[in-house]
Write a protein that binds this ligand. Structure first.
Ligand code: NAD
Length: 251
């Protein structure tokens, strides 16, 4: 996939899926703006990008703060002049809890990051894409955007909403040459899910058994889908929610 001359904007790029996606955009030839609340992790990602010959702009910001997102997007435009591809990916999860025990504040925090964070990024990115005559956005949803799990109410609600947001925005912006899609991972081995794996071979095996493909998803598996969704190879996908879960949601 050739994205030379393009600029990509990736949130949650200090680790996990976001870092893999930022590095994949760099390998495809794009300049990459990377955003996260974790400055140290962002530095590491920027270092790897530069070692690999890509241009990187680090943006320390919280996506649940609209003004901070606007500043980050403005800094990207100031540095690279454009945003062609955006991967709105940063997200959080809360410890499993029955619905009745989940505080309104905990619920709101998950919605603030996972839903409003994605909305704020799109609101800030879209005018620049429109002005440039087009662009592509990929939002990270999840299989939790169409399935549900016990004790995961806030996350499931937020990811269902990300799919709704993606589809609604795709309808509005398709005629303006802006393709908006979502990627829906199942279970990916990242810092977010480390607690299920580390020092827990039985837990790892249990997760493995839920994947017909016979291995657990790595961040690069999702990053490849994201870069493909941002390339002309996926030119007819609009408002699609691409499930990349190794068969996790088949049973
Ligand atoms: N790992 C999985 O199994 C899995 C499955 C489906 C979907 N997802 C989704 O993929 C996305 C990335 O998850 P991951 O597994 O790479 O997680 P991760 O925890 O490894 O990475 C998430 C990154 O987002 C950053 N972040 C969190 N809140 C932020 C905020 N308010 N502002 C800016 N940055 C913030 C974190 O610092 C972190 O670097 C999330 O949206 C997650 O819900 C993950």
């Amino acid at each position: 996939m050739d994205l030379k001359g393009k600029t990509a904007f990736v949130t949650g790029a200090a680790g996990g899926i976001g870092r893999a996606s930022a590095l994949a955009f760099g390998r495809a030839g794009a300049d990459v703006a990377i955003l996260d609340v974790n400055a140290a992790g962002l530095d590491e990602t920027a270092g790897i990008l530069r070692e690999n010959g890509a241009q990187a702009e680090s943006l320390v910001a919280d996506i649940s703060d609209y003004n901070a997102v606007e500043r980050a997007v403005a800094a990207t435009i100031a540095r690279f002049g454009r945003i062609d591809c955006a991967h709105n990916n940063a997200g959080v999860i809360v410890a499993p809890q029955h619905f009745s025990e989940t505080s309104v504040d905990a619920f709101r925090r998950v919605m603030d990051v996972n839903l409003f964070g994605v909305l704020y990024c799109m609101k800030a990115q879209l005018p620049h894409m429109e002005a440039a005559g087009g662009g592509v956005i990929v939002n990270t949803a999840s299989v939790s955007g169409f399935l549900t799990q016990h004790g995961n109410g806030p996350y499931v609600t937020s990811k269902h909403a990300v799919i709704g947001l993606t589809r609604a925005a795709a309808l509005d912006y398709g005629p303006r040459n802006i393709r908006i899609n979502a990627v829906c991972p199942g279970f990916v081995e990242t810092p977010l899910t480390a607690k299920f794996f580390e020092g827990n071979p039985a837990g790892r095996q249990q997760i493995l058994d839920q994947h017909a493909i016979g291995r657990i998803c790595q961040p690069e598996d999702i990053a490849n889908v994201v870069v493909w969704l941002c390339s002309d190879q996926s030119s007819y996908l609009l408002g699609s929610c691409v499930v990349a879960d190794g068969g996790f949601s088949l049973v």
